[in-house]
Design a protein around this ligand. Structure first.
Ligand code: SAH
Length: 529
């Protein structure tokens, strides 16, 4: 039995029947109808009248005989996938759409496109629990022998291509919505930063509401495929996770693994292939619906259980797990604060002797001397078409910049300013202050300090794996984080440039960070948004 969780977004864990391996011999068909008979002991309400039928197959036959609706034909006609089918059933039930209305739908957008129709109208509706692929396969033998004319296959192809176009249109709309959300989130964060020091207790209600909106925007940004494509294509990142799991198979064999924030399910599938007995994959973003399809397409549904929800809110089907894997790292390591959620999962679910991976992380700083860039970003404002806009520097400098730093602009050796062991670090330690000392390699002006992090898969590994997001090595999607100095600091080769860094969360938007640098008596606070 494979467990698939919450295709309807209502937080309920549901069991769905095990899927076939694709063999469509007679035995399999018989088995399929058997499970339908067994599982459907609960009566089924017809889609178009009030009749209660004893089983799903009886309901399908009834719909064909009494209402002239063959659901399998409808599914094929509109090229519906699992979610399209679920939405159609809920659409019919909620709108009381008649059989003639359903059969007479014009070409073009389907009336059940809205995600709202993922929500079941009837509780435990047996029609939502059937396995669409198997159902269509079992009927497929019949329809293909009955009607295999070329005209029909042309129609099917036409419908498929129309459905594909429709899906592309929906994706474009989703992308536009995600961009809008990101934009709103940025404006919101800017407002919060600007008001950080001046808030009144009376504003707390609004702040809590805003925080909820921000969280919604955060998860909705992960609903779009683009961000996952970028992460998956980051080979340094993804191959490190893969190599860690594949080359330490003995650690995964027969273990229960929790994947916090599974996204497309890539880490869960690595873990399953590495030998895990069971993988529980949790994500609050709607990307998990894709992960459900992806896991099935790779025949891993009996190993991987997907659960939609925040890790802080869901209840897992096991009490403890042996290993927690997660790719939680944000810019400058801590931006996004997703490590908080991993620590929550660790404290609640990790069995004694278990481990979180990656387990060790470093944050490092190094000095940059890039006068051209400094002029372009800072001195630029001194004379803009003959006007003095120097006041703009006060807005430019405090925003840390995420960009790739050229290795030939580095003017010091790097210094590790903080190390975390994810198996023991506590939430409060994620805000910290540290003194640092950068050994200069050039005599020049220091124009910026750059920050980055390194990640280690270390504890108990026979094959240790690490990767760096530093400026000396292959770039990653995290790039580096640059803190511009308003006034460049002259330095000598061999000298130690001393400083102090403070990292803390923005209390009004805990997913963003404030970083304060004290260098040569100058103090500057940067926000990372
Ligand atoms: N593991 C995937 C995705 C990493 S991105 C990969 O490596 O490609 C981080 C994911 O964590 C996002 O999909 C986001 O929605 C999810 N996430 C972040 N915080 C979460 C939380 N508290 N509960 C559940 N999912 C979370």
């Amino acid at each position: 039995m494979a467990e698939c969780t919450d295709p309807h977004g209502d937080g309920l864990v549901e069991d769905i029947p095990e899927l076939s391996d694709g063999d469509d011999d007679v035995d399999d068909d018989e088995e399929q109808w058997q499970w339908m008979e067994e599982e459907d002991s609960q009566p089924v309400t017809c889609l178009f009248c009030d009749r209660l039928l004893s089983t799903v197959p009886a309901t399908l036959q009834h719909c064909t005989a009494e209402h002239q609706v063959n659901l399998v034909d409808v599914v094929r006609k509109h090229s519906l996938g699992d979610y399209g089918y679920i939405k159609m059933i809920n659409f019919i039930r909620s709108t009381k759409c008649s059989s003639s209305c359903l059969m007479g739908l014009p070409d073009g957008p389907l009336p059940w496109e809205s995600e709202d129709f993922l929500r079941p109208v009837l509780q435990d509706d047996p029609l939502l629990q059937i396995d669409l692929e198997e159902l269509c396969d079992s009927e497929g033998t019949c329809s293909s022998t009955c009607s295999s004319s070329r005209a029909e296959s042309y129609d099917v192809l036409l419908h498929r291509s129309q459905a594909a176009e429709e899906r592309a249109r929906c994706s474009e709309e989703a992308l536009a919505r995600a961009m809008e959300d990101l934009h709103k989130l940025k404006l919101l964060a800017q407002g919060l930063v600007l008001n950080a020091e001046t808030s009144k207790p009376g504003n707390l209600g609004t702040v809590a509401e805003l925080r909820e909106d921000e969280d919604e925007a955060y998860f909705s940004s992960y609903g779009h495929y683009g961000i996952h494509e970028e992460m998956l294509k980051d080979k340094v990142r993804t191959e490190s996770y893969r190599d860690f799991m594949y080359s330490n198979g003995e650690m995964f064999r027969d273990k229960v693994v929790l994947d916090v924030g599974c996204g497309t399910g890539i880490l869960s599938m690595f873990a399953a292939r590495a030998g895990a007995k069971k993988v529980i994959a949790v994500d609050q973003s709607s990307i998990i619906y894709q992960a459900m399809d992806i896991v099935r397409s790779n025949q891993l549904e009996d190993k991987i259980t997907l659960i939609k929800g925040r890790i802080e809110d869901v209840s897992l089907p096991v009490e403890k797990v042996d290993i927690i894997i997660s790719e939680w790292m944000g810019y400058f390591l801590l931006f996004e604060s997703m490590l908080d959620s991993v620590l929550y999962a660790r404290d609640l679910y990790l069995a004694d002797g278990g481990s979180v991976y990656p387990d060790l992380c470093n944050i490092s700083l190094t000095a940059v001397g890039d006068e051209l860039k400094h002029q372009d970003r800072i001195a630029f404002w001194d004379d803009v078409y003959g006007f003095n806009m120097a006041c703009m520097k006060k807005a430019v400098v405090p925003e840390a910049v995420v960009e790739v730093v050229k290795a030939d602009t580095l003017i010091s050796e790097p210094a590790v300013i903080q190390t975390f062991d994810c198996n023991s670090v506590s939430l409060s330690e994620l805000e910290f202050a540290a003194d640092f000392s950068l050994k200069m390699t050039n005599t020049t002006n220091c124009t910026a300090i750059v920050g980055y992090f390194d990640i280690f898969f270390d504890k108990g590994c026979s094959n240790k794996v690490m990767f760096s997001t530093g400026p000396h090595v292959t770039k990653t999607h995290w790039k580096q984080t640059v803190f511009l100095l308003e006034k460049p600091v002259p330095v000598q080769a061999g000298e130690e440039l001393e400083g102090k860094i403070t990292v803390r969360k923005n209390k009004k938007d805990p997913r963003s960070l404030f970083v304060t640098l004290n260098i040569r008596e100058r103090k500057q606070t940067y926000s990372l948004q």
